[in-house]
Design a binder for this molecule. Structure first.
Ligand SMILES: [Zn+2]
Length: 257
């Protein structure tokens, strides 16, 4: 391929990246020097890009009605056939197949756009769901943060009643009872700490919540009881999920009087 007319005939094949290597090099060289061919090439780029885009849409693993590789192959086949058909007056007549390529690409783009729209819409629905989930998490976190702020304020309060225990203290403030530990070892694997509360006048401890210290051995828990009704608090190591009665010797038992 070494003249303008021949290259003009093959420009769409070149734009699709389907010219043989040897011819492509010549075409590239010609493009650099010929404004008319470059204009033709530039005019074809959007259609070719649309083809490439839809090919990627399929490769990227999305399901959906995107028949791009097939359609691309069909377009290429048509182009090749047309370029083998001798043209009557190559210098005068513009070949008809670039128009076909553009038309095929336009149809393909329409199909792709519809498919992309469907995918975008389902992405959007998913994003909405995720957003709602995040907002719920955020609300939940804020609620917990607010509860923790109250907890810390009450535990730090100088008017709180403190009952020292091994590794921390039990704190009574307003209606609340807190266990505030600092330097609590991790319980053995598969085990947790469980709190026990003795109601005033009761003969035995009732099971309360289970908890774990953080990695630095700190634990701050609010017991779900009314402080005025509780005579004593204990903590023991129990299997995960907690027990109905203590199964180990308590870490501490403290009277809240
Ligand atoms: Zn040219």
């Amino acid at each position: 391929m070494n003249n303008h007319d021949e290259f003009l005939d093959s420009i769409a094949v070149y734009a699709l990246g389907s010219l043989p290597k040897s011819e492509a090099a010549a075409a590239r060289a010609h493009l650099r020097t010929c404004a008319q061919c470059r204009a033709e090439y530039d005019a074809l780029r959007p259609a070719v890009d649309a083809l490439a885009l839809s090919a990627e849409a399929c490769i990227d693993g999305r399901s959906g009605p995107v028949p791009s590789p097939l359609l691309r192959a069909r377009v290429l086949r048509t182009v090749r056939q047309e370029s083998r058909t001798p043209t009557i007056a190559p210098s005068r007549l513009r070949p008809s197949w670039p128009a076909m390529v553009v038309a095929a690409a336009a149809i393909l783009l329409a199909v792709w756009t519809t498919a992309a729209n469907l995918m975008l819409r389902s992405d959007l629905t998913q994003t909405h769901d995720q957003l709602a989930q995040l907002q719920a998490q955020n609300t939940n976190l804020n609620r917990r943060l607010a509860a923790q702020k109250i907890m810390i304020a009450e535990v730090m309060d100088t008017n709180a009643k403190r009952f020292p225990v091994n590794g921390g203290e039990v704190v009574k403030r307003n209606d609340h009872v807190y266990i505030a530990m600092d330097g609590m070892p991790m319980p053995p694997k598969g085990h947790v700490y469980q709190a026990w509360t003795e109601h005033t006048g009761a003969q035995k401890m009732s099971p309360s919540i289970t908890f774990m210290p953080d990695r630095s051995g700190v634990a701050l828990v609010s017991l779900p009881v009314n402080a005025s009704a509780i005579a004593a608090v204990a903590v023991s190591v129990e299997p995960e999920g907690g027990s109905k009665a203590p199964t180990t010797k308590p870490e501490f038992v403290v009277k809240l009087t």
